[in-house]
Design a protein around this ligand. Structure first.
Ligand code: GDD
Ligand code: MN
Length: 396
């Protein structure tokens, strides 16, 4: 017996037998339901999940696709072990990438079933609901069934006050996007048709955790939603990955969606680089002044230094996927300087207009700065980093 087998308890062994007793020789049924599970460090939960699904699904032909981001605890290896025992499980192991939402999209794109469910790996979602979710999809005109903690019969389980408040606030913010006809847009447990994923896939942000909200807002025609109650369970094994970054990513997602893509995470990065440029500008100005340089000269040099700094840093970070090199770098630099000069003009005219309407210099100053940031970003994206031709396949 191998190491894994010898470490199993007697209940695990009976599970292993029931998994292994599936007929592996004959043709396997095409699953009607593909269950997609994102996982990161969930080694201890995989076997529990597969066992629970095997019990819950009854005669429904299903498959489980675990999308694991190369977990350090080797969750992917555990998935392969369970699959080798005959369970209808596949593993997509992504190397060098992270993210719940993008993992779900990748799993859904690999799904064979007509229907796709999304469920966490950590047993916090009630898998016994899946069959009813499938029935609802098949027997009503709903496009998507959401397992909700906020309809009668649902609940949050053992959450502390802080987490409850955070979730309520996040739900409240999502109302800006989708109104209030969905009780639990933060849910990570839902089922839809594979075709719905195919329709929205190009319009998804894929940022962060909130894939359901992403799908609901990306769909061109409003999706018909059905909701079924469930109670969020405690974690069986391991720990939650919710951290400050997940909250920040949610904020980025909201900003992107609210602005209809005008303020993508890239814009936020561009603005952060701009803020850093301002610090460099003031530092240069201070140093030159201390050497007795006249203000106008010092200000001119500081502007050039800050602009060059912004160009180089944006080239390395914000636009790293289109990084300019060689002649393109030099040409791009001059165009960037021209764009920023126009941006400064836009800044001045908007600030001037604002101060004449509202007698508040902080408001006018901020309006001008925002104007130049939006202008510099959109024009640079197109004319500095968007000029390089895409490679086109050679004609045959
Ligand atoms: N592939 C991949 N990559 N999976 C991830 C990643 C990642 O970067 N981060 C988290 N996951 C997996 C976890 O392993 C787990 O299976 C699932 O995504 C949810 O992560 P948790 O860290 O357990 O989330 P949670 O319990 O705090 O949040 C839950 O509640 C939210 C509602 O408040 C999840 O169910 C969310 O989906 C849900 O929106
Ligand atoms: Mn969880």
């Amino acid at each position: 017996m191998n190491e894994v087998g010898s470490a199993l308890t007697s209940t695990d062994k009976s599970t292993q037998q029931s998994l292994a007793s599936r007929d592996r020789s004959g043709p396997t049924l095409r699953p009607i339901l593909s269950i997609v599970t994102p996982s990161y460090n969930e080694r201890g939960n995989i076997r529990l999940l597969v066992t629970a699904l095997t019990q819950a699904m009854g005669p429904v032909a299903w498959e489980l696709i675990v999308v694991d981001d190369d977990s350090p605890d080797e969750t992917w290896r555990e998935v392969l072990n369970v699959a080798a025992e005959g369970a209808p499980v596949r593993c997509i192991r992504r190397v060098g990438r992270r993210g719940l939402a993008s993992a779900v999209v990748e799993g859904a794109m690999a799904a064979q079933g007509e229907y796709v469910a999304v469920i966490d790996a950590d047993m916090q979602h009630d898998e016994t609901l899946l069959v009813r979710m499938l029935d609802t999809l098949q027997q009503s005109d709903a496009d998507i069934v959401i397992a909700s903690r906020h309809v009668k019969g649902g609940g949050l389980g053992e959450w502390n006050e802080g987490r409850k408040r955070l979730s309520a606030f996040a739900t409240h913010c999502s109302r800006l996007l989708i109104g209030d006809n969905v009780s639990d847009p933060m849910s990570g447990f839902f089922m839809t048709r594979r075709a719905v994923f195919d329709n929205v896939v190009y319009d998804l942000s894929q940022q962060g955790y909130k894939i359901l909200l992403d799908i609901l807002t990306a769909s061109r025609k409003p999706l018909k939603v059905a909701e079924l109650p469930y109670v969020f369970r405690d974690r069986a094994e391991g720990e939650s990955k919710l951290d400050v970054m997940v909250v920040a990513e949610y904020a980025f997602l909201l900003v992107e969606k609210l602005s209809h893509g005008l303020l993508p995470p890239r814009f936020i990065l561009f603005s952060l680089v701009g803020g850093l440029g301002l610090v460099i500008h003031l530092a240069t100005l201070g140093i030159l002044k201390s050497f007795g340089e006249s203000f106008l000269q010092a200000q001119t040099i500081a502007t050039l230094v800050a602009m060059s700094f912004n160009f180089v840093l944006n080239n390395m970070t914000t636009y790293r996927s289109q990084r300019l090199r060689g002649w393109n770098f030099i040409l791009g630099y001059f165009i960037f300087c021209a764009v920023c000069s126009l941006g400064a003009l836009a800044n001045l005219s908007v600030a001037n207009l604002a101060i004449s309407q509202v007698n508040s210099w902080p408001f006018a100053g901020a309006a001008g700065a925002l104007m130049s940031a939006v202008f510099n970003f959109s024009v640079s994206t197109k004319f500095v980093w968007g000029r390089t031709k895409k490679r086109t396949p050679k004609a045959a």
